[in-house]
Write a protein that binds this ligand. Structure first.
Ligand SMILES: [Zn+2]
Ligand SMILES: [Zn+2]
Length: 68
């Protein structure tokens, strides 16, 4: 990845998505069984189905959510 502060080819860390999605998806049926069918899933708009974000490790040393 490319960090605007630390430049190219930095060490990376992983930050789980902050929306509370399940691996990048929301279970629509669980949230609203009236209007959705079992198995209806929607992609999380924040992480776009990734379940989290690849971030610059150096920028996130103090981030308690980051996984190194
Ligand atoms: Zn997400
Ligand atoms: Zn950085």
């Amino acid at each position: 990845m490319n960090c605007p502060i630390h430049g190219k080819d930095v060490d990376t860390a992983w930050v789980p998505c902050f929306t509370g999605c399940d691996e990048g998806y929301f279970d629509e049926y669980e949230d609203d069984p009236i209007n959705n069918d079992p198995g209806d899933m929607s992609v999380c708009e924040e992480c776009r189905g990734n379940g989290g974000f690849v971030v610059c490790a150096a920028c996130n040393l103090d981030n308690p959510d980051a996984e190194f």
